[in-house]
Write a protein that binds this ligand. Structure first.
Ligand SMILES: Cc1ncc(COP(=O)(O)O)c(C=O)c1O
Length: 381
């Protein structure tokens, strides 16, 4: 049996998405900026996708800029607003994805910018009161992720955004993991900039977007050149990718983001593991979490050896450090939640999708206990 429980790393492209984007690798190949009929066909496809995305967020088509990835979108907002401010103060959370955290640290090192990394509690939540205290007169940006990729914690974006709004500071949110898993109404939420990525919601890889709320300054361009994306991002648009993104967003809202199904599967998985294996801890257990994500700590074992043993049984999961490709440093997210180095080493992320099944969860619950028992018997930890 092959089981894919690593959907926060990337997802299988939905068949409906493949069907929607294929023509744009074939007969519809024009450059969307060209004035002839070939170009117009591509431009129309871009507009349809932009409308699908805008509908998803309850936003305007003019508020959406397509980018080459979620990482690019994060970099565009942080670097572009830092370039605009030239100096001042930024605030992030310590559990951001490296696309935000490393970018913010890079900017603080290279420019005349001070960086505050807020504390999070043991469930990974940022306290709006602490955010309020951290904002200074020269704060030009707050960037706090909507939902965490490793442990699934969903922040109270309304409360955080209200604090920013009252202080007159723009709020950026990396919503790469949230989009497609929960409703996000940008006409109501006090969010100024948002980043998303298609491949996390059964869309294609290499396409992302930045939302820029009306009447707010766009970041200074990251990519200069032609007049694409209303001059916000130069580069001939990835029409097939963007068409796939639009379709993926449309699909994700069907059936209420598959929320009930995912929560039922996730609960089955968590209960099966926690009750069947001693010395296991569910991370962020008290917070609202993404419906598809469970992060469990296995005491006295290296997460990498669990990943390898499960892979041998056909089951794909990941450790917290998997994102930092090949890094054996324990996850900065688990550490920021207050766990020590040893606990963080044994962290495994299980991330499900709409295609996951009860049989797959039961297969994992059957295969995992003997693996843990064997690894603990030979562990030096
Ligand atoms: C929270 C978060 N932000 C940003 C990214 C980067 O997105 P992309 O792979 O599209 O660059 C990821 C991907 O792992 C993510 O989980």
């Amino acid at each position: 049996m092959k089981v894919y429980f690593d959907n926060n790393a990337t997802t299988q492209v939905a068949p409906e998405v493949i069907e929607a984007l294929l023509p744009y690798y074939g007969q519809v190949f024009g450059n969307a900026s060209s004035f002839h009929q070939f170009g117009k066909a591509s431009a129309e496809a871009l507009l349809t996708a932009r409308e699908q995305v805008a509908r998803f967020f309850n936003a305007d088509v003019g508020e959406i800029v397509f980018t080459g990835s979620g990482s690019e979108s994060d970099n565009y907002v942080l670097k572009g607003l830092a370039a605009r401010a030239e100096e001042g103060h930024m605030i992030v959370s310590p559990i951001e994805h490296p696309a935000v955290l490393r970018t913010a640290r890079y900017l603080a090192k290279k420019l005349n910018i001070e960086l505050t990394e807020l504390r999070v509690d043991s469930d990974g939540l940022v306290d709006p009161d602490e955010l309020k205290k951290a904002i200074r007169p020269d704060t030009f940006l707050v960037s706090i992720m909507f939902a965490n990729n490793e442990v699934g914690t969903v922040q109270d974006m309304n409360a955080l955004g209200t604090v920013c709004q009252e202080a007159g500071v723009p709020l950026h949110t990396d919503a790469v993991q949230a989009v497609g898993k929960l409703p996000i109404n940008l006409s109501e939420l006090p969010i100024t900039y948002l980043s998303a990525s298609a491949h996390k919601l059964h869309g294609p890889k290499g396409v992302g977007l930045t939302y820029i709320k009306r009447k707010n300054k766009p970041p200074i361009n990251l990519i200069h050149g032609g007049h694409h994306e209303k001059r916000r991002r130069a580069s001939t648009e990835n029409v097939s990718g963007i068409v796939g993104f639009g379709k993926a967003m449309e699909l994700s809202t069907a059936d209420n983001y598959h929320r009930e199904k995912l929560i039922a599967l996730r609960t089955r998985l968590e209960e099966g593991i926690l009750s069947g294996i001693p010395k296991t801890t569910l991370v962020a257990a008290n917070a609202e979490r993404l419906s598809n994500t469970a992060n469990i700590l296995f005491a006295n074992i290296e997460g990498e050896s669990i990943v390898m043993s499960l892979d041998f049984e056909g089951i794909a999961v990941s450790t917290g450090s998997a994102c930092s490709s090949g890094s054996l440093e324990p996850s900065h997210v688990i550490r920021a939640l207050g766990y020590d180095h040893g606990d963080a080493n044994g962290s495994i992320r299980f991330s499900l999708s709409r295609y996951s099944t009860e049989e797959e969860v039961d297969y994992l619950i059957e295969k995992l206990p003997p693996i843990i028992k064997r690894l603990r018997s030979i562990s030096a930890l």
